[in-house]
Ligand binder design. Structure first.
Ligand code: NDP
Length: 250
């Protein structure tokens, strides 16, 4: 039980990668706080974890709304007193070629993927800094994407938001390092989730041709790296982006 008595907040954990990250931490003894826009979907995940004997709590929380994030963080702190680990995972895609991309699609993706990370980190870092004064060492993990490193046709909004996360990670890592709070990013490649289930078969095959390890990733591949970055073994790692991509970005 590597994370017994730790509290982990995972944004966008009602399904996909976020759900698996929350599950992996809960299996290691953490209290997993499940967040998603839909309170009902978050409660379903919580109930499923609790039925398995794991510690979990859930809230409806839209990461684009700072007042909503503030309210939910206060509720979490009232009950659990601290937040030890934040995983900024909530993300969306609204793909289109640049000339066809609407301003709305640009704004929506930037709002969820980048401003959402700012909203949650700003509010939760404040609580982590208070706890750091009493010796705690917070962990912040931001889910970027190899698209933020390599770019991709039809994903200028998504690539910009995910590259933004990498810059944000480096800046905040420098700001919080004096208090022993580490901030790192994980850049998954193509992972089997609802987000990639929409891909056409030929697109999927084309992607596989570019993955040296020859398979799509799983949510577990990403979750295990988050566990590592939150563990004492990663105490001396901050400001980094770890690619979990089967070698795609080599
Ligand atoms: P899914 O679409 O399966 O899940 C996205 C999650 O984000 C859901 O829980 C959704 O819940 C939540 N979410 C969306 N908008 C908001 C919002 N405004 N506020 C709070 N929660 C929100 O995505 P994946 O699991 O595939 O992706 C998870 C993360 O990993 C994303 O950041 C994605 O960009 C990144 N990633 C994914 C890759 C992949 O191949 N799948 C590759 C690289 C990176 P709800 O709808 O209830 O709000």
């Amino acid at each position: 039980m590597k994370f017994e008595d730790r509290v982990v907040v995972v944004t966008g954990s009602t399904r996909g990668i976020g759900r698996e990250i929350a599950h992996a931490f809960a299996r290691e003894g953490a209290a997993a706080i499940i967040l998603g826009r839909s309170a009902a979907a978050a409660a379903e995940v919580r109930d499923e974890f609790v039925r398995k004997g794991l510690k979990a709590e859930s809230f409806g929380c839209d990461v684009t709304n700072p007042e909503n994030v503030h309210e939910i963080v206060n509720k979490i702190l009232d009950k659990y007193k601290s937040i030890d680990i934040l995983v900024n995972n909530a993300g969306i895609t609204k793909d289109n070629l640049l000339l066809r991309m609407s301003v709305n699609d640009w704004d929506e993706v930037m709002n969820v993927n980048l401003k959402g990370v700012f909203n949650c980190t700003r509010i939760i870092a404040k609580a982590m800094l208070k706890a750091a004064a009493k010796g705690a060492s917070g962990r912040i993990i931001n889910i970027s994407s190899i698209i933020g490193i390599m770019g991709n046709v039809g994903q200028s909004n998504y690539a910009a938001s995910k590259a933004g996360i990498i810059g944000f990670t480096k800046a905040v890592a420098r700001e919080l390092a004096p208090r022993q709070i580490t901030v790192n990013a994980v850049a998954p490649g193509y992972i089997q989730t609802d987000m990639t289930a929409r891909l056409k078969e030929d697109t999927r095959n084309a992607i596989l041709n570019n993955v040296p390890l020859g398979r799509l990733g799983t949510a577990t591949d990403v979750a295990s790296v988050c566990l590592f970055l939150a563990s004492p073994e990663a105490d001396y790692i901050t400001g980094q982006t770890l690619c979990v991509d089967g070698g795609m970005a080599i």
